[in-house]
Each structure stands twice: as structure tokens, then as C-alpha cells.
Design a protein around this ligand. Structure first.
Ligand SMILES: NC(=O)c1ccc[n+]([C@@H]2O[C@H](COP(=O)([O-])OP(=O)(O)OC[C@H]3O[C@@H](n4cnc5c(N)ncnc54)[C@H](O)[C@@H]3O)[C@@H](O)[C@H]2O)c1
Length: 322
């Protein structure tokens, strides 16, 4: 039985590949290395159960698998994570992001329908946009500007969810959707524009921390290990076809407070500089986890300080090695 992880060379995907391999599963990582890095998975390449496939979900999946000798009917599970997710990419790669979450998700679901594989689809808290309901429950339909700077991502993820519900209803595909809230940890790209790697890199370099707007906007940050546990539970539990859950931490903090925590952990006096808030930046983020707890018996367990400590150590090592 083979598991395909699309986007497997990215931040989340590489941790997922690692967890699956550690459990003895056979894993194919399908990634176009657009925002992912080959070095995230090179450490797995001497394991016989691991196959790296440089490919693109915007193309048909079956010929790509056959090219690397994987038999398509052996694929029983697909974690569909492929998509650039960094705000700095929204301006540079909007069409690629739209096509990946649109055509790409359709190709993955079509493949799953052909071979009868189960799918976990990585959606995002961004489907809620700048929310006027707080915390965000599953039945909140969101407040997304579908023509704004972030629309290529937010709206295409929503479209991806529509595809999932159609393939579940019309083609009987066992597809489960996770709406992932801000996640951080080792292997994030230091330059990817998301707040945790930006703050950590700046703090380690002794630079000012860049805060957009007045810094009173909130986020709830989840450490990668908690997410991986949630993703796997969503796949492993039986009877969840068609289900949707939020996965995120409920510890909501302001960006100003995050800056203080990072500065404390690197033990430096650090100043903050404020820059203009990007268009449609959400003001508040916190998942309503009631359905997640009921369905998966899952809660995030890693504290912000512990997760940030591990992340800072990883970034520090990477800087020393560079
Ligand atoms: N990290 C978060 O906080 C977060 C929050 C919500 C949702 N998500 C979702 O989780 C998934 C993974 O995010 P991440 O943070 O690891 O980002 P990432 O950029 O590190 O990983 C995405 C991976 O997908 C690959 N990819 C992109 N387009 C592709 C294509 N057309 N074909 C094949 N591969 C392609 C990239 O090369 C990269 O390796 C994404 O779908 C993202 O939307 C992440």
C-alpha cells in the first residue's frame, strides 16, 4: 500500500513524509519544488520505502507515477498538500496558485476516483477570510475578498473544498478536509514571509522585528507536530468520508506579543518596526475545535514557548551550517 504526499518537499509535507516513513509506510512525495526544497527530503532518499517524484499536480497524476515505477492501483491514500502558501508568493505566482488548487486538486481527486484511494485535503483557515465570527466554527462561510491580493489563495482553496464535496457526493471518493490554522516549525523557509520564520530570522540576526499594522491583530499558532498528529488521525479513523475539521491552536495572541516572546527566547533586546498592513490581512484567528475534538479526540499539546524554542534551534543550526 502506497501513500502519496503532494507537496511533500514543503514545510508540512516533509514532516508528514517523515512520520509516515517512521511508521514503515511506503511514501511517494510528489512535488514541483516551487516553494518546497529538495533538501527537506534528501535525508529520506536512502530509505527504500521513499520515492521522490519531481512532478506537478497540474498535470495528470497517473503518467507521473508510472514514470518513477509506482503502480497507480497501489496508491490507497493521498495527502493533498501541494500549494504555495506564503503571502509573498500571492503577488508573484497568483495564476500558479489558482491552477494548483483548481486543476491540481481536480487531477488529484480524479486520480483518487480512478484507483479508489482516500484523500485528506489541506484546506486553510483563510477560507474564513477576515472573519466577523469568532472563534471560527465550521459552518461559518467566511468573509473573503474574492478580487483582492490574497484571493488567488483564499478563493482557490474554497474552490478546492467545493471540488472535494462534489467528488465525495458524485464520485464516491473518500475525501476528508482539514482547515489548517497558522502552523510553524523547523523546515519553514526563512524568507517565506510568514510571521514566525520572519521574526525568528530577524531576531537571530539581531535585526528589528517587522510588525505589520499596529500589531494588535491576533493569530493562534500551532506547532508542526500537533498538526501532523491531527492530519494522520483524520486519515486513519474510519467512517470520516466527507468530514471537515479545523486544526489549529486555541491560544490566540497578538502579533505584538509574539514579537516579545521571540525576543525573550533569543535573549536579546530587540526593537519592533511597523509597516503598513497588507490588504485583507485577517484581524483575528482562532479555530472552534468542538467538531475536531468530537471526531478526532485531538487537541494541540505543544506550548508556544516549546515550539518556538525548537524552531529557533533549527534556524540557528541552519545559519551555522550555511
Ligand atoms: N503552514 C501553514 O500555516 C498552513 C496553514 C493553512 C494551510 N496550509 C496548507 O498546507 C499545505 C502545505 O503548506 P506549507 O506551509 O507546507 O507550504 P510549503 O510551501 O512549504 O509547501 C507546499 C509544497 O507544495 C509544492 N507545490 C506547490 N505547487 C505545486 C504543484 N502545482 N505541484 C506539485 N507540488 C506543488 C511546493 O513546492 C511545496 O513543497 C498547503 O496546501 C497550504 O495551503 C498551511
Amino acid at each position: 500500500m502506497t501513500t502519496v504526499v503532494t507537496g511533500g518537499a514543503g514545510f508540512i509535507g516533509s514532516h508528514l513524509c517523515e512520520a509516515l516513513l517512521d511508521e514503515g509506510r511506503s511514501v511517494v512525495c510528489l512535488d514541483n519544488l516551487g516553494s518546497g526544497r529538495h533538501e527537506n527530503v534528501t535525508q529520506f532518499e536512502d530509505r527504500t520505502e521513499f520515492t521522490f517524484l519531481r512532478g506537478d499536480v497540474r498535470n495528470d497524476v497517473i503518467p507521473q507515477l508510472e514514470r518513477v515505477g509506482v503502480s497507480p492501483p497501489d496508491v490507497r491514500r493521498i495527502y493533498h498538500l501541494a500549494s504555495r502558501a506564503s503571502p509573498v508568493d500571492f503577488d508573484d505566482y497568483p495564476m500558479e496558485i489558482l491552477e494548483t488548487n483548481g486543476f491540481g486538486t481536480r487531477n488529484v481527486l480524479e486520480f483518487a476516483a480512478d484507483v479508489g484511494a482516500s484523500v485528506v485535503y489541506a484546506s486553510t483557515s483563510e477560507v474564513y477570510g477576515n472573519p466577523d465570527v469568532h472563534p471560527q466554527p465550521l459552518d461559518y462561510n467566511g468573509n473573503v475578498n474574492f478580487r483582492g491580493e490574497r484571493a488567488c489563495y483564499d478563493e482557490s482553496k474554497r474552490f478546492g473544498e467545493t471540488l472535494c464535496s462534489l467528488y465525495e457526493g458524485k464520485r464516491d471518493v473518500d475525501v476528508r478536509t482539514v482547515r489548517i490554522f497558522n502552523t510553524y516549525g523547523p523546515r519553514m523557509r526563512p524568507d517565506d514571509g510568514r510571521v514566525v520564520p520572519t521574526f525568528v530570522r530577524q531576531a537571530l540576526d539581531g535585526a528589528d522585528l517587522t510588525v505589520y499594522g499596529d500589531g494588535t491583530q491576533t493569530r493562534s499558532f500551532m506547532y508542526i507536530d500537533d498538526l501532523i498528529r491531527g492530519l494522520r488521525r483524520m486519515m486513519d479513523r474510519s467512517g470520516l468520508a466527507g468530514e471537515v475539521v479545523n486544526l489549529g491552536h486555541t491560544n490566540e495572541i497578538t502579533i505584538n506579543r509574539l514579537a516579545e516572546v521571540v525576543a525573550d527566547l533569543v535573549d536579546r533586546n530587540i526593537d519592533v518596526v511597523h509597516e503598513a498592513l497588507p490588504e485583507d490581512d485577517p484581524q483575528r484567528r482562532q479555530p472552534d475545535l468542538s467538531h475536531t475534538r468530537e471526531l478526532l479526540d485531538w487537541n494541540p499539546t505543544t506550548s508556544l514557548e516549546t515550539g518556538l524554542d525548537r524552531t529557533i534551534a533549527h534556524f540557528h543550526e541552519a545559519e551555522v551550517d550555511a
